[in-house]
Write a protein that binds this ligand. Structure first.
Ligand SMILES: NC(=O)c1ccc[n+]([C@@H]2O[C@H](COP(=O)([O-])OP(=O)(O)OC[C@H]3O[C@@H](n4cnc5c(N)ncnc54)[C@H](O)[C@@H]3O)[C@@H](O)[C@H]2O)c1
Length: 277
């Protein structure tokens, strides 16, 4: 059911990484539908442009920029370009990421670095550069007072239920997502004097391209086909279904809304109860 709240983000400026597809695409679409001017940021610029075009064709403001979350300079450029397009950033959602399933004894330094660079360092430096921009938007008198009644920004990072527990095939992925929980708390504390809120979401299994990669890789390692691997996952979810990208977008939009102004440093499971099992 479409639960969008008309005009909730009117007048705000939002940037969503990984916005070209999957969860990020649902997030950026919903933010735009609820009134935000949006920038779709992705390493796949063609797909990001197509997503922005789709959003514009349904009557909302959208642009696309290139970002490689594995490259710190590229993250800084994304922030500069988004500010040029939007005039500032009020909402930032970092959905871009990658997964690999590899037996621990086979993980190479190169694969470790790639997952950590994109998922963990990308989350850290996107918070840094976006936070710096949001702080620059805070009036001087608020900076001097060190507190504010007005919220000056919302940042949402993407962790994973894999970040809550160890995973035998995800030494790097699970570590990167556990780090997101920690760096969300650090950024929340650092930006609290400016009333900039930083939170994270932990999805359980969500049907996107990443889910397809996940079940195919795990199935290949365990000698099961992807369909039965997926069914095994779903059987373990108390609500008996996989999540959807729209489920994630709904939670993100809540965290970005005024209803969540007093929530910061938190990581919200959106997983149908998966973590309890
Ligand atoms: N799908 C799931 O089951 C699931 C579960 C837990 C957590 N998550 C997390 O949710 C987030 C979104 O996942 P998804 O399922 O939509 O994945 P997806 O693979 O469908 O989409 C990921 C997007 O990130 C982009 N991306 C990949 N590498 C990038 C890079 N270096 N720089 C910028 N963009 C990059 C891709 O181009 C793509 O548009 C990820 O952080 C993922 O770890 C997903």
């Amino acid at each position: 059911m479409d639960q969008r709240i008309e005009g909730r983000f009117s007048g705000t400026r939002a940037v969503v990484t990984g916005g070209a597809q999957g969860i990020g695409r649902a997030v950026v679409g919903r933010l735009a539908a609820e009134g935000a001017g949006v920038v779709v940021a992705d390493v796949d610029l063609d797909r990001a442009r197509a997503a922005a075009e789709e959003i514009r064709s349904s009557g909302h403001a959208a642009d696309a920029v290139l970002v490689d979350l594995g490259d710190v300079a590229s993250i800084e450029r994304m922030v500069d370009e988004a500010v040029e397009l939007l005039g500032g950033i009020d909402i930032f959602v970092n959905c871009g990421g990658i997964v690999h399933n590899t037996p621990l004894l086979d993980i190479t330094e190169e694969e470790w670095n790639r997952v950590i660079d994109i998922n963990q360092r990308g989350a850290a430096f996107s918070s840094k550069f976006v936070g710096r921009q949001m702080i620059a938007q805070v009036p001087e008198e608020v900076k001097t007072a060190g507190k504010s009644a007005v919220c000056y920004g919302k940042i949402v990072q993407f962790s994973s239920i894999s970040g809550r527990h160890g995973r035998p095939l995800q030494l790097h992925y699970a570590a990167s997502k556990a780090a997101v929980i920690s760096l969300t708390q650090s950024a929340a504390l650092a930006f609290a004097p400016y009333n900039i809120n930083v939170n994270a979401v932990c999805p359980g299994p969500v049907r996107t391209r990443m889910w397809d990669v996940n079940v195919a890789e795990k199935g290949a390692i365990y000698g099961r086909d992807a369909t039965s691997e997926a069914e095994q996952f779903i059987e373990r979810i108390p609500l008996r279904r996989a999540g959807t990208a729209d489920d994630m977008a709904a939670a993100v939009c809540f965290l970005c809304s005024a209803d969540a102004d007093f929530i910061t440093g938190q990581t919200l499971n959106v997983d149908g109860g998966f973590e309890m099992c």
